[in-house]
Design a protein around this ligand. Structure first.
Ligand SMILES: Nc1ncnc2c1ncn2[C@@H]1O[C@H](COP(=O)(O)OP(=O)(O)OP(=O)(O)O)[C@@H](O)[C@H]1O
Ligand SMILES: [Mg+2]
Length: 394
């Protein structure tokens, strides 16, 4: 084979030296847009493969994206770009169905998969694997998705490799509590893991053009938080509104491929002016949380306000009716939570129905709000449209 003429120091910014030189098995590259993560990993994968090719050995690479349809315009092109950097493109044959780049002399192959085609991923038996790359890893649903595939690929290690090397690259989501931010934060300093941060500012080789810099500066002036999120890769949170209402997704009907497996009730109470409101929430098999219905009574402006004994009966009727509805019949009530300052209604309900409501475990406000942010940011919180399903108790 022809000897590659690449000058790594001209192609990889010094900031990535730790990534390039480490032998660590697990490498997480997180950073803002345009911070060279994908380019560095693509070149490093080719470089790793090259150590085998030059000995006439067969060595395979695996590149995974969440969604298979994104492969062609991203990682497939990027790996070809990296092969060109090493002047190797002429030795590789490209196919698109399935996506593969094969080194003609040795049969070494770069395989591309979508995690959404998990069967294909799981059943693959390619062997001689040197490295695996999860590109845009924040698109995955959880770290468990990696665990499943990592095991598959580890078993197929190249006999001459000490370990299969794994690489992840992603732009940190805004939400600091997003699973991938928490996942990678926990891995900082762990044995066997390298967690590497980068941004466009780490460019010493001049890959960021003047035009790009101007564009970045414009965003920096307009919306500093957005700039921090997009270009510095900082999980800046979701802004100053408590909740972004557009993230509460309305739901016309329960999806066919999911079902409510348990019910939760939560109640906030008032007896004189503020209302008593009891929400019914369904947790689905796929981990969504749906507000299914609500009981609401406002005493404001009324001469005869409902006593706790009446509210207790109302709430019980509401709960019984919800549980009798066909879609939720099999769903168990997992928890009933009530405003921790409310004792009267709690005592009344226990006396009437022998059932305890659990006072809410109040945490710091910011933490409680963030639980909801987290659910919302994952698109897991839905609200059933209060149409035919809504129960009139009164
Ligand atoms: N060695 C190189 N020679 C020329 N251009 C390069 C080189 N390395 C990186 N670049 C260019 O820098 C730009 C940013 O790199 P890259 O796409 O790898 O960043 P990224 O961190 O993956 O960005 P994003 O977060 O948007 O995916 C790209 O246009 C890429 O082609
Ligand atoms: Mg990238």
């Amino acid at each position: 084979m022809t000897k590659p003429t690449i000058d790594i120091q001209q192609e990889v910014n010094p900031h990535f030296k730790p990534v390039w030189t480490t032998k660590t098995s697990y490498n997480v590259l997180r950073g803002g847009r345009n911070s060279f993560k994908s380019s560095v990993i693509a070149m490093l994968l080719v470089y790793l493969m090259l150590q085998y090719l030059s000995k006439g050995e067969k060595a395979n690479l695996v590149v995974i994206r969440k969604v298979a349809s994104t492969i062609r315009d991203s990682v497939y092109l990027k790996m070809q770009w990296a092969l060109e950097k090493f002047d190797l493109q002429g030795e590789f044959q490209s196919t698109v169905a399935p996506f593969k780049l094969m080194h003609k002399p040795t049969g070494s192959t770069i395989y591309f998969y979508g995690q959404d085609d998990f069967q294909k991923l799981k059943s693959n038996d390619i062997g001689n694997i040197v490295a695996v790359w999860y590109e845009e890893a924040a698109e995955f649903n959880s770290a468990e998705e990696f665990d499943q595939t990592n095991t598959t690929f580890m078993r197929q290690k190249h006999p001459l490799a000490d370990t299969v090397r794994f690489f992840w690259s992603y732009n940190p989501p805004r939400n600091p509590y997003s699973w991938i931010n928490e996942w990678s934060d926990k891995l900082v300093g762990e044995d066997g893991w390298l967690v590497h941060d980068s941004s466009y500012k780490d460019d010493e080789l001049g890959f960021v053009t003047e035009q790009m810099l101007q564009d970045i500066d414009r965003i920096k002036r307009n919306d500093f938080d957005y700039y921090r999120y997009l270009y510095l890769g900082e999980p800046v949170g979701l802004g100053t509104n408590v909740y972004n209402m557009s993230l509460f997704k309305p739901l016309d009907q329960l999806p066919d491929d999911d079902r409510v497996i348990s019910l939760y009730y939560s109640m906030d109470t008032g007896h004189s002016v503020s209302a008593t409101s009891c929400g019914c929430y369904g947790l689905t098999a796929k981990g969504k949380v749906i507000r299914l219905n609500g009981y609401y009574y406002s005493p404001a402006g009324r001469v005869n306000k409902k006593a706790p004994s009446e509210l207790s009966k109302d709430i019980n009727t509401f709960i019984k009716k919800m549980s009798a509805l066909t879609p939720y019949k099999g769903a168990r009530i997992q928890k009933r939570t009530i405003d921790s300052a409310e004792a009267a209604l709690r005592n009344q309900y226990l006396k009437d129905f022998g059932q305890h409501w659990i006072p809410v475990n109040k945490l710091k406000k910011v933490d409680m709000v963030d639980y909801v942010h987290d659910l919302l940011a994952q698109g897991r919180l839905l609200s059933q449209k209060p149409v035919s399903n809504r129960i009139a108790v009164l």
